[in-house]
Design a protein around this ligand. Structure first.
Ligand code: AHG
Ligand code: MN
Ligand code: MN
Length: 332
């Protein structure tokens, strides 16, 4: 019988330098939040958790009840533990300070509490994305600067995928590891140790309906991807509309996810701090690469907490190819 490894045991056995620290505890807190959110998503059609709350978030997007629920769970589980100095959520404009009545810790948590909101009401996979930094000045309570660090400073990142099963995938810089929730006893069990991007890539993910909005270089890249050149790769199209679900499939099978900039939306749609940077950290840990089309995502220092960025991430050969098409266009 293969050994049953819970996420708690894995963290203790594989990151001894963190095993007794705040970071390990913080990862446990996030795993618990994932279980609670999963419990709701698995019944979304039955409890009053579907649909919009009638509010819009800082992105100007209609908030779904589950967006707000997941945001509240992450904050409630993490704000009082003494492990964090500040948090940032997609669902709240300003940074989330640790209330004065609670001890502050030395980590920063940035998160997209519910990714793929447009898929909630149609029962398609959705997720949670998180990134963890160290506070810049240990003796101070968290400040805006703490959430505006480049992705290179991440000490950990991961996501939860609420799909056919609930998975938690994370890295603390020693490879990427996947855990599947066993609902019988509510434990995340190690199911995908040491995930590495397979070669050759099998898929590409992009919202092809926006083709006419992209720059000529990006259009040429998509033409190439779709087999119009002699040296085109042989890849299939898969696009779910939940970044976490598209990312996870491409991580397991090889591929590229693209959300290009558009003529009218120069920075694309996805957010640098709590979507692009944590996933860029993971994809590099799995042997891949993430770019905004001109430079590595992990090298970009945010100037605004909700800053948007064009995003290409997956097999390095594909991401470097789109950079080449964009460079060619820039040089014309
Ligand atoms: P969120 O629900 O957190 O706002 O994220 C939605 C994002 C991402 O999950 C997905 O890749 C993208 O929106 C889909 O955008 P389009 O519907 O424009 O393709
Ligand atoms: Mn999202
Ligand atoms: Mn979201």
């Amino acid at each position: 019988m293969s050994t049953v490894t819970t996420i708690e045991r894995f963290i203790l056995e594989h990151q001894p330098d963190f095993a007794r620290g705040e970071l390990t505890q913080l990862l446990y807190d996030i795993a618990l939040a994932a279980k609670i959110i999963a419990h709701k998503t698995n019944r979304a059609g039955l409890v009053d958790i579907l649909g919009e709350i009638g509010a819009t978030n800082v992105q100007g997007e209609k908030q779904q009840k589950l967006d707000v629920y997941a945001h509240d769970i992450m904050v409630q589980l993490c704000e009082h533990t003494g492990r964090l100095c500040v948090m940032l959520s997609e669902e709240q404009e300003e940074i989330i300070p640790i209330p004065a009545r609670y001890e502050k810790g030395s980590y920063v948590l940035v998160f997209d509490p519910l990714d793929g909101s447009s898929n909630i009401d149609v029962n398609v996979s959705i997720g949670t994305i998180f990134g963890i930094y160290r506070c810049l000045e240990d003796e101070r309570r968290g400040r805006l600067e703490d959430v505006l660090q480049p992705g290179r400073n991440l000490v950990a990142a991961g996501y939860v995928l609420y799909g056919a099963s609930t998975m938690l995938v994370y890295s603390t810089g020693q490879g990427v590891h996947g855990f599947t929730l066993n609902p019988e006893y509510g434990e995340f069990l190690l199911s995908h140790p040491n995930l590495r991007l397979p070669k050759p890539p099998a898929y590409y993910s992009v919202n092809a309906a926006y083709y006419s909005r992209w720059s000529p270089g990006v259009q040429r890249f998509l033409d190439w991807l779709e087999g119009k050149e002699d040296d085109s790769p042989s890849v299939s199209a898969r696009y779910i509309g939940s970044l976490v679900a598209d990312f996870h499939r491409n991580l397991l099978r090889g591929g590229i996810f693209c959300y290009p900039a558009e003529q009218k939306r120069k920075d694309g749609k996805l957010r640098l701090v709590y979507e692009a940077a944590p996933l860029a950290f993971l994809i590099e840990q799995a042997g891949g690469y993430a770019s905004d089309g001109r430079r590595p995502i992990l090298d970009i220092t945010p100037t605004h907490p909700h800053q948007r960025v064009a995003l290409y991430l997956g097999n390095r050969s594909l991401v470097e190819r789109v950079e080449a098409f964009i460079r060619q266009e820039d040089e014309q």
